[in-house]
Design a protein around this ligand. Structure first.
Ligand code: PLP
Ligand code: COI
Length: 341
């Protein structure tokens, strides 16, 4: 397979149109059989549910070229499951989970020429999403939907790749208690746009959101969960009903406990204890594991001991093991790697 002539090492996290995308429509209570198409446009009623009341949810996962040249993706069954949870919470019909995985495979296979080579630092990002298509003007769910998957080759989410970033504690909230923070609804990201533009304007790479009710507990960032490491080497991640259950975070916690032998804790994390942690990182499909070197907040600055040049030692071990599994350098736990074939 001839790869596209792309300078893989220098691409950022942006959209590049690839050859094929998957489309399936829901009408009269059923999903059609779905198809791959070259048409990258969507034509909608001016009154479509997604345009009026933001009835849309999405997923994100990646395809990798392994060291021995296979193309694989990472735990797509968990994305399928989470998309079901998102759809149901937004009163949308779930796309069948087995068909989700098959469609991911088909669309990656059809865009094989865009899967970045092993060692290039880039990967193929896969974006499944669903939205209400028929006219809706009273506040109610649509009854027709489109499910699509496109792919785009991407480089690192944060400029500088795996170098530590500086983040700030946001004055805005991302998700309400009992709201939609735990699902991947487009509306959560609309909520965060003003906050991220403000953070960037002030020189920060990301926002740390605190819990909206008390503003005392760490939640997550706009696009990633947190992991912390205590001074005695325990890997800690915040527990909250209003954060997205990151597949990367769940995988890292498993790796930390069962492969690397660290003590792990999934619990509420008070912002007041963050200054006492030895390491901090963001984790997600796009972020992979991005180390945080500094957190600026209204009363001061927290600087982690590893500084602004390198990841802390535990974060590095987690990063090497996670990416080693994803790139086929290390044996994966059962069921984590999905061969594209
Ligand atoms: N939290 C938010 C708000 C996200 O958008 C994402 C990205 O998907 C994550 C966390 C990380 O989740 P995952 O590891 O499943 O990509
Ligand atoms: C992902 O990591 O897949 C996401 O959806 C996060 C987004 C900020 C790009």
């Amino acid at each position: 397979m001839e790869k596209k002539n792309i300078d893989w090492a220098s691409i950022g996290f942006g959209y590049v149109k690839t050859d094929k995308r998957y489309v399936s429509n829901f009408k009269n209570g059923a999903w059609d059989e779905g198809t791959l198409t070259e048409d990258d446009t969507v034509v909608l009623s001016e009154c479509a549910g997604v345009l009026q009341y933001a009835q849309t949810c999405f997923e994100g996962l990646k395809a990798y070229t392994t060291e021995d040249g296979r193309i694989v993706c990472f735990r797509p069954d968990l994305n399928a499951k989470r998309m079901t949870d998102s759809a149901l919470r937004l009163e949308m019909p779930a796309f069948p989970e087995d068909r989700f995985v098959e469609a991911v495979k088909a669309v990656v296979k059809a865009n094989e020429a865009y899967v970045p080579p092993y060692g290039s630092g880039a990967t193929l990002y896969i974006r499944p999403y669903m939205f209400g298509t028929n006219p809706v003007i009273g506040v109610k769910p649509a009854n027709e939907y489109q499910f699509r998957i496109f792919t785009t080759p991407v480089g690192p989410y944060f400029k500088g790749g795996a170098k530590p970033i500086t983040i700030t504690v946001s004055d805005f909230d991302r998700a309400a208690p009992h709201g939609t923070g735990h699902i991947k609804a487009g509306l959560n990201y609309a909520m965060s746009l003003h906050a991220i533009v403000t953070a960037h304007a002030n020189g920060f790479a990301e926002n740390m959101y605190l819990d909206a009710a008390t503003r005392t507990k760490v939640e997550e960032t706009g696009g990633a969960n947190f992991i912390f490491v205590t001074k005695d080497g325990t890997v800690v991640t915040p527990k909250s009903d209003s954060i997205l259950p990151s597949i990367t975070r769940r995988s890292i916690m498993y790796v930390a406990e069962h492969i690397l032998g660290f003590k792990v804790e999934h619990r509420e994390v008070m912002f007041d204890e963050v200054k006492d942690f030895a390491e901090c990182g963001l984790c997600g499909t796009a972020a992979v594991i991005s180390p945080v070197g500094r957190i600026v907040y209204k009363d001061g600055v927290i600087e982690f001991p590893a500084g602004m040049e390198e990841m802390g030692p535990v974060t590095k071990k987690l990063y090497d093991t996670l990416t080693g599994i994803q790139m086929g350098r290390m044996e994966a736990p059962e069921g984590w790697i999905c061969e594209i074939g």
